[in-house]
Design a protein. Structure first.
Length: 58
């Protein structure tokens, strides 16, 4: 899913309004992802540290 920031954030919005719009967009994206892939291995959160370690270190 690709989202253009210009569609949800406008120059005349306050910082709180911008953050609220981003939070709502992210919550919607997570909800859509969970319904699309329910009961699959992708439901587990990914630890970003896993990308910085070699397989032997994990």
């Amino acid at each position: 899913m690709s989202v253009n920031a210009n569609t949800i954030i406008k120059d005349n919005m306050s910082l709180d309004e911008k953050l609220a719009a981003i939070d709502a967009m992210m919550a919607n994206a997570v909800a859509n992802a969970q319904t699309d892939t329910s009961n699959s291995a992708s439901d587990a959160p990914v630890d970003p540290a896993d990308f910085t370690m070699c397989l032997g270190c994990q």
